[in-house]
Design a protein around this ligand. Structure first.
Ligand SMILES: NC(=O)c1ccc[n+]([C@@H]2O[C@H](COP(=O)([O-])OP(=O)(O)OC[C@H]3O[C@@H](n4cnc5c(N)ncnc54)[C@H](O)[C@@H]3O)[C@@H](O)[C@H]2O)c1
Ligand SMILES: O[C@H]1[C@H](O)[C@@H](O)[C@H](O)[C@@H](O)[C@H]1O
Length: 336
């Protein structure tokens, strides 16, 4: 059976996910589109899904009987009501990060899914599907000995003026927050934020770069440099230091060019290219599980844990380098 998917939010990533469902993956088709800016939905229909129906609201799309499963790819602040409506309709839902922009919102989603009694939600934490991170996790489990420290960097070449200081956490660092919980099989107990001098390309409402220090329950110290105006490329770095050795995230494949007395490797500039394969695999997983009426992969609980951590980091941004505690309630049995 082909899974009929409705996409809410037809901007950059809604368009890209529609492309992969229509042109790359099998087992699903996009039958419905919705966007507050109708022109965006029309463009995606014209270019990628000519048979899809356009809905005036996301709620109407979710209620449509021909829609079996939902993709929420609208702006972060609008995710919560759509995910709750999909759960109420009993339909599997893939929600781009963040699951919700507040931990209270993410908590409401967890409670609704627990009340439903089985998993329906997958959160778009695609790094868990990245071949490099999967290899890194295997190396940590098999070779480095127990992890002690993680050094990481999340660098974007540039961000628009609308990107303000807290977005470094809930838009950008959120990927590290999730992937390190998964990589280390651990949870966080505190967060600190330190600032070097502001980089000259930083906008007036953005303090860039920043260094976030997370401490885990097992005592691992993680430092992440978030630098979203680094200019030179899209660069994701990670090194795990263990009892016996260290393991480093592999670089994306790049031709080794020797030319004019220089040895060079190109650096990517766009997240779409850096994680293209991971997005394919995560959506493939969603299609497989949603075809059976459920969900797999990063859960609403993972989205909630990330939101709680994210809230603490945003508080830490205003705390003069002081540690802010991170406390998670007991994990419901549905997510064990
Ligand atoms: N996993 C990743 O690596 C990744 C990458 C990019 C974006 N994202 C996430 O995906 C989401 C969308 O990001 P984007 O870059 O595509 O943004 P975008 O601005 O390009 O697109 C968002 C679209 O949502 C529409 N929209 C806004 N509010 C809506 C509502 N209430 N109902 C329906 N449509 C609405 C907008 O009109 C726009 O077309 C964000 O939450 C972002 O964090 C994730
Ligand atoms: O929405 C994007 C996306 O999530 C990228 O992976 C991240 O590097 C950017 O900082 C963020 O703005």
């Amino acid at each position: 059976m082909t899974l009929n998917i409705g996409v809410i939010g037809c901007g950059m990533i809604g368009r890209d996910h529609t492309r992969r469902i229509q042109q790359v993956l099998s087992g699903a088709q996009v039958v419905a589109l919705s966007d507050v800016n109708r022109a965006n939905a029309e463009t995606v229909r014209r270019d990628l899904a000519p048979d899809a129906t356009l809905f005036d609201t996301g709620e109407a799309l979710i209620a449509a009987p021909e829609v079996h499963a939902v993709l929420v790819t609208s702006w972060g602040a609008t995710h919560e009501p759509y995910v709750l409506a999909a759960i109420a309709a009993g339909k599997p839902v893939f929600c781009e990060k963040p699951l919700a922009t507040t931990s209270e919102g993410a908590r409401r989603i967890v409670e609704a899914e627990v009340a439903h009694g089985s998993r329906l939600v997958q959160v778009g934490f695609m790094r868990r599907y990245d071949a490099g991170y999967i290899a890194l996790k295997a190396a940590v489990q098999q070779h480095t000995g127990a992890p002690i420290m993680v050094h990481a960097a999340h660098r974007n070449p540039a961000v628009p003026e609308a990107y303000v200081t807290p977005m470094a956490i809930h838009d950008t660092l959120i990927h590290e927050i999730d992937v390190f919980r998964w990589l280390l099989d651990d949870d966080y107990v505190s967060a600190r934020v330190l600032y070097p001098r502001k980089a000259s390309r930083s906008h007036s409402q953005l303090r860039d770069p920043q260094v976030v220090v997370l401490e885990t329950q097992k005592g691992v110290l993680i430092d992440v440099e978030v630098f979203v105006n680094c200019a030179y490329g899209y660069d994701i770095q990670c090194e795990v230091v263990g009892e016996e050795g260290t393991a480093r995230l592999p670089e994306p494949m790049a031709i080794d060019l020797r030319l004019g007395a220089l040895r060079q490797n190109a650096i990517l500039t766009d997240w779409k290219d850096r994680f293209v394969a991971s997005y394919d695999v995560e959506l493939n997983d969603f299609i497989a599980a949603a075809s059976k009426g459920g969900a797999t992969g990063p859960s609403a609980w993972d989205g909630y844990a990330a939101a709680v951590t994210s809230d603490a980091c945003v508080q830490a941004q205003e705390s003069d380098g002081q540690a802010v505690a991170i406390v998670l309630p007991v994990r419901p049995a549905l997510y064990n």
